[in-house]
Design a protein around this ligand. Structure first.
Ligand code: NIG
Ligand code: FE
Length: 385
């Protein structure tokens, strides 16, 4: 096992309040850190840096934990930029375009889907993402969804079965049969390659009762639970996620005070996806309101062909700071440690002893540049293991 010491770090964000300035960012100025092949061994002051087999000079740049993108729909085919243009001209998003991605994804070969996914993963990585969740949801047949979770597992340890994305057109006259398929044979086929199950519980997708039934079947199959909730309206998805103890409820664009209170009293993470509000020209929810109620907030890209074809976590962070009332430090934390908590993980999203060696060296002296220089190429180097 080789040990490496990184010296001359202008600002190290550990995301562990036991280190540095004692804030949630756990920030150490003039820092150094020691890694072995897979883990962080030591963090501290540059002046106290121990020896190691190899020495890396950070040249006074800022170092942060790799971002944890806890919500993506990366495996899809097809083209929907015309919907984005129509929304910018005033058309409302209602989820109807999902059927277009389903048709194109069904028609694509496994190699075409793998190549497209690889390109999206590469783009996310270039923005500093080192851990990602990937959902299925663009085939909506037993064989197709199974293929998607298998493809997703090539890039992710956090694969989510989203057979309950929408009811496909061939079942539009018998939605009960589709719900039964999702929570029955489709789930059984997808569970071996999945860690999580998710349901789009919203107007035009699945009702609270349908979502509850599917999620309870998924829990019996050993999967963790996540919910797309309250994106398009006051759908009851947030309350359902809290009721079931889901790891995360995502979007939360339309939340009632009672939802905020319920989230604040729960361990369910609220994952906000400002790329979706941006790309659907919708009002941004207030992260401040959630944070002030004691809710754990994560930020993710929601990279998908319909509502958020965003592959840059820095842009997500900048939107959250500019439009959702987060401080830069809160947003940086939410896109790393918050994302890890949304995936029930303590090994990523932080850089303190025991964490995975997922290290991002920025082309900047302070991590705030990620929001400040929005969209710029801020990542000098990404070290993964
Ligand atoms: O997270 N809300 C549901 N699913 C995606 C959008 C899917 C699509 O339009 O293709 C989302 O926003
Ligand atoms: Fe989504």
């Amino acid at each position: 096992m080789t040990t490496r010491v990184i010296v001359n770090i202008a600002e190290l964000t550990t995301n562990d309040a036991a280190f540095g300035d004692g804030t949630p960012s756990g920030r150490i100025v003039d820092a150094a850190m020691v890694l072995d092949d897979h883990h962080v061994l030591w963090v501290g002051s540059n002046a106290d840096a121990p020896d190691a087999d190899e020495r890396i000079d950070a040249g006074d740049c800022a170092v942060i934990p790799g971002f944890v993108d806890s919500h993506t729909h990366l495996v899809f085919a097809g083209e929907r930029s015309d919907e984005f243009e129509a929304r910018m001209a005033g058309q409302r998003y209602d989820g109807g375009g999902i059927a277009r991605s389903v048709a194109a994804t069904r028609a694509a070969t496994r190699d075409q889907l793998r190549d497209a996914t690889q390109r999206r993963v590469d783009a996310l990585r270039a923005s500093g993402v080192t851990t990602l969740e990937i959902k299925s949801g663009y085939e909506l047949t037993l064989e197709g969804e199974t293929r998607l979770v298998q493809i997703a597992s090539e890039w992710s340890d956090d694969v989510t079965f989203l057979g309950a994305h929408v009811v496909p057109t061939e079942f539009s006259h018998d939605r009960d049969a589709y719900v039964e398929l999702v929570g029955g044979a489709m789930l059984a086929s997808c569970a071996p390659a999945s860690k999580w199950a998710d349901v789009f519980c919203d107007v035009g997708a699945f009702s609270v009762d349908e979502a509850r039934w599917i999620l309870l079947r998924a829990r019996e199959a050993g999967l963790g639970l996540r919910v797309h909730g309250n994106q398009l309206g006051d759908s009851g998805g947030v309350a359902l996620a809290v009721e079931l103890g889901a790891a995360s409820v995502d979007h939360c664009s339309h939340v009632h005070d009672r939802d905020v209170d319920a989230l604040g009293a729960s361990s369910t993470v609220a994952t906000l996806l400002p790329g979706a509000e941006f790309s659907t020209k919708s009002p941004y929810p207030s992260a401040r309101r959630l944070l002030d109620a004691g809710v754990t907030v994560a930020l993710a890209t929601d990279c998908n062909p319909g509502t958020s074809y965003v592959t840059n976590m820095g842009v997500v962070i900048a939107l959250a700071v500019r439009e959702m009332g987060m401080t830069v430090d809160e947003a940086m934390w939410a896109a790393s440690r918050g994302g890890a908590l949304a995936l029930g993980r303590d090994d990523v999203g932080r850089l303190s002893p025991g964490a995975r060696a997922h290290v991002v060296l920025l082309e900047a002296p302070r991590s705030a540049h990620v929001a400040y220089r929005v969209g710029g190429p801020l990542v000098r180097e990404v070290l993964v293991d």
